[in-house]
Unconditional design. Structure first.
Length: 151
């Protein structure tokens, strides 16, 4: 009976109300991980003091808008936090290591691709040859290069 009402207009106090048409395939909105990349790219060598910009993408899927999305990145202890855009947070003291997050508030429509940035700096005391990792679904690795001798 209720579904039969979906296909007709209902008259209430002289106002015509047309209920939304529900579909058996209607899927609630959800945030899914998209690309995770860095500049310089994964596999590069980096010097102590160098900034690394991590780009995190979120794709909104489903049939309805979401009220917000967030994506986290676990970072190596050899990185120092610089900034996050457009919004987010950094928590250096998580039990599993430092964590940064980009976040977006909505409503955000299905099909929208959101892009955020987390900027980190290689710590000055990072030893040559150390591997720096950042994880957000995928893993991005950099190797700390040997310091050039001072002249």
């Amino acid at each position: 009976m209720w579904q039969a009402l979906l296909s007709i207009a209902i008259i209430i106090g002289g106002i015509t109300v047309v209920p939304p048409v529900a579909s058996a395939q209607s899927e609630p909105g959800r945030c899914t991980a998209g690309a995770f990349t860095a500049t310089p790219p994964s596999g590069s060598t980096v010097a102590p003091g160098r900034k690394i910009v991590y780009r995190l993408e979120i794709v909104v899927r489903g049939d309805t808008a979401v009220l917000g999305c967030a994506r986290t990145m676990l970072a190596s202890g050899l990185l120092a936090f610089v900034a996050v855009q457009p919004d987010g947070s950094y928590r250096p003291d998580m039990s599993f290591g430092p964590m940064a997050e980009v976040s977006f508030t909505g409503p955000i429509d299905p099909g929208t691709r959101l892009r955020g940035w987390i900027v980190m700096r290689v710590r000055a005391d990072a030893p040559a040859g150390a591997v720096i990792e950042a994880r957000s679904g995928d893993v991005i690795r950099h190797v700390v290069r040997t310091r050039r001798p001072q002249r």
